[in-house]
Design a protein around this ligand. Sequence first.
Ligand code: ADP
Length: 176
Amino acid sequence: MIIILLGAPGSGKGTIAELIQKKHQIPIISSGEILRAEMNKRTEIGKKVSRFLLSGELVPDEIINSLIENKIKQLRYEQSVIIDGYPRNQNQAIALNKVWKSELIVFYLDLPKKTLVDRLLHRGRVDDTEKIIERRFEVYLNETQPLIDYYTRTDVLIKINEISSMEIFKKIETVL
Ligand code: ADP
């Protein structure tokens, strides 16, 4: 089974992923972490993607799709996995369907924007400046929000309205 965490920047996807991982011993694939690792290691891919991360844009689909596909191929097929930050648009969702045919469940973390922005401003990652945060939200609205409809139509989306990561995790546990 693939557990997808979908939510705006600051919704706590990374924290929730870790809580699920600890409880169920399921590996996490985090697209943001993979990209930041490439950047920190200054690989060819890292050099290509840094300007996207530092401006709040999505990196090109071909790059992220192939990075994620490689990670998925390292898993045993019957194994479950938590994916944090991917897919982020419809193209990516279609690419994921092609590499993973088993069951899929999407948790959509729906928090008020003000809470999210306050959190991000306190987190202090290099892309957590006011200007880049604003762009990340625009990109989220334009590109990622449509996935909510996409996954609702295929009946795999579960919306969670809690704010604290502990409460979100509890709700997720009742489903898993
Ligand atoms: P957040 O959810 O707070 O924006 P992430 O770590 O998920 O944090 O993403 C940080 C940045 O990494 C994004 O702004 C984007 O540039 C890039 N990124 C992460 N995941 C993807 C993805 N699936 N497709 C394209 N770009 C991505």
